[in-house]
Design a protein around this ligand. Structure first.
Ligand code: ATP
Ligand code: MG
Length: 226
């Protein structure tokens, strides 16, 4: 492959155990996300898409396999170091509950930068820049509970992008948006790919999201197929 991979993962296994029920959610899954490329992942409900996103994002430790981000294997890092890599290199937007309900829009966007110990002037200018570029300039002090679905997803994208990650993972982010708002959100992803050279992964059931992607993958029964 000519393009460098921002993410390379292979041999991924995840087994959920709940009482006497075992679910093998990933069974040897493998994926590579090239820099500056938008990859779409589709597949039936329960095929392991969200589980894969959690593993790639370092939220869930697989029982087998490895995840290499920018050339570094994050799979076996101690939890604190894994969390630090996650904050700096990976932006994640999940289907819901991305935002801290007690913080306003600006403080939600600032939070990952504060946790990473960035200086206050840097945080202020980065938050301002993101508010402007996502069309949220007049929302900085609004409690996130008062946002519409589309606004909340734009704030979630701003939070995910705050640290200028090399990888953006987005799980069903247009699921609850009307077609026009969804298009606006997808335009933002395309801009991030083009301007920042980020590797983007969108998980979706929606063919109009997949249409926007450069690469199209499918999942079935815990593995990624073309
Ligand atoms: N926390 C959990 N505990 C136990 N089983 C789980 C857990 N999360 C997921 N599973 C199971 O693992 C399998 C894969 O789930 P996953 O959420 O990754 O699927 P998905 O492809 O994202 O589905 P959808 O399209 O419905 O979002 C499913 O059988 C699911 O029931
Ligand atoms: Mg899912």
């Amino acid at each position: 492959m000519s393009t460098a991979a921002a993410v390379e993962a292979d041999g991924l296994y995840v087994i959920y155990r709940e009482r006497d029920l075992e679910t093998v959610a990933l069974r040897g899954a493998e994926i590579a996300l090239p820099e500056g490329t938008w990859t779409s992942l589709m597949g039936p409900s329960g095929s392991g898409k969200s589980t894969l996103v959690h593993v790639l994002g370092g939220l869930l430790e697989p029982s087998g396999g490895r995840v290499v981000i920018d050339g570094e294997d994050i799979t076996r890092l101690p939890p604190a170091e894994r969390a630090q890599r996650r904050r700096r290199r990976i932006g994640m937007v999940l289907q819901r509950d991305n935002l801290h309900p007690l913080l306003d829009v600006g403080d939600n966007i600032a939070l990952p930068l504060r946790l990473d110990g960035r200086p206050a002037p840097h945080i202020r200018s980065r938050v301002r820049e993101l508010l402007d570029s996502l069309g949220l300039s007049d929302r900085a002090r609004q409690p996130v509970g008062q946002l519409s679905g589309g606004e909340a997803q734009r704030v979630a994208i701003a939070v995910a992008l705050a640290a200028r990650p090399t990888v953006l993972l987005a799980d069903e982010i247009t699921g609850e948006l009307d077609a026009r708002t969804a298009t606006g959100v997808l335009d933002i992803l395309a801009r991030v790919r083009d301007d920042e050279g980020a590797a983007i992964l969108t998980v979706t059931h929606n063919p109009s999201v997949t249409e926007r992607a450069d690469l199209r993958l499918r999942m079935r029964d815990g593995i990624v197929i073309e």
